[in-house]
Design a protein around this ligand. Structure first.
Ligand SMILES: Nc1ncnc2c1ncn2[C@@H]1O[C@H](COP(=O)(O)OP(=O)(O)OP(=O)(O)O)[C@@H](O)[C@H]1O
Ligand SMILES: [Mg+2]
Length: 273
């Protein structure tokens, strides 16, 4: 893994630190009789790595879907730097500076690693359909810049020696790093990762942790959902504990680990399952 990071991967941060970067207030989402989110409120302060944990089915992915415009909450608000983003489409949320990964990996196996990373830039490059169809000078210029940036970011996540390989040849963990490089293309302020190390071997898990720390030091804020408790406790400044569609507890890793309600939620989950 390289420490090189293109300058403009660093997001332009808000000078006003009084607002949290992300504020979720009273979010609810019902699926028929299932209350997937039931008044969920939490904050992600700028510059932090905030972890989110909670038993299976407690609403973690639903909350990410509602924050990023992939799902519509039944109630509540989502704000980024004090601005409501409830009504935005996934593209609009991405333009507001929030990018996410998916619990199920999304890469194009037949495309090269480099091509996959470049696709991440597609909706941000400002090219018109005509630019693309005609492959004019503007198109070629943007394409050159995009390619250069993709190469730099693939180096950042440790995939520089795989540029020309079909993404299908990558290991599961390497595909997760590729997905991360893809979303870094648009220089997001906040990255939400849904189970970044589930099914990833221990060596790569360490590499992913180191990459996330390095990106955080460069100014990117993270919300990391993870069942690997050791990983998320070691990585995060703050932890949000979800249970049954709500925030059960939040605080430093040591505070939440000492909270008996948190243990109860997990043991309750095992018993219920
Ligand atoms: N599209 C949907 N239609 C119906 N029910 C859904 C839908 N999506 C989620 N649910 C339900 O909402 C609840 C919350 O699911 P969600 O996927 O958000 O949980 P999670 O905390 O991400 O779980 P896991 O840790 O297993 O990923 C579950 O009861 C789930 O079955
Ligand atoms: Mg989930």
């Amino acid at each position: 893994m390289s420490n090189a990071l293109p300058q403009d991967v660093v997001p332009v941060s808000a000078p006003d630190n009084s607002e949290p970067l992300l504020k979720v207030s009273g979010l609810s989402r019902n699926y028929g009789a299932v209350r997937a989110l039931d008044g969920l409120s939490f904050e992600v302060p700028e510059g932090t790595i905030t972890g989110m944990i909670g038993p299976n089915g407690c609403g973690k992915t639903t909350s990410v879907n509602c924050i990023t415009g992939f799902d519509t909450p039944s109630g509540g608000t989502v704000e980024i730097e004090g601005q409501p983003i409830n009504e935005l489409s996934p593209d609009g949320v991405a333009r507001a500076g929030i990018m996410r990964t998916f619990q199920a990996i999304r890469v194009f196996d037949r495309f090269s690693v480099l091509e996959n990373a470049m696709i991440g830039m597609q909706s941000f490059d400002g090219l018109s359909v005509w630019d693309t169809v005609l492959r004019n000078r503007r198109y070629r210029q943007v394409e050159r810049n995009t390619r250069q940036r993709a190469v730099e970011l693939l180096e950042t996540v440790g995939l520089k020696d795989k540029l020309r390989e079909p993404a299908g040849n990558l290991s599961y963990g390497q595909k997760k790093l590729l997905a991360l490089a893809g979303i870094l293309m648009s220089a997001p302020k906040l990255i939400i990762l849904d189970e970044p190390v589930a099914g990833v071997n221990p060596t790569l898990t360490h590499e992913i942790a180191a990459t996330l720390r390095m990106l955080n030091e460069k100014g990117i804020t993270f919300l990391v959902i993870e069942h690997n408790i050791q990983f998320v406790m070691n990585l995060s400044d703050r932890i949000i504990v979800m249970d049954r569609g709500r925030c059960l507890a939040s605080g430093s890793p040591s505070e939440v680990q000492a909270d008996s309600r948190v243990l109860d939620a997990y043991l309750g989950g095992v018993g219920d399952g």
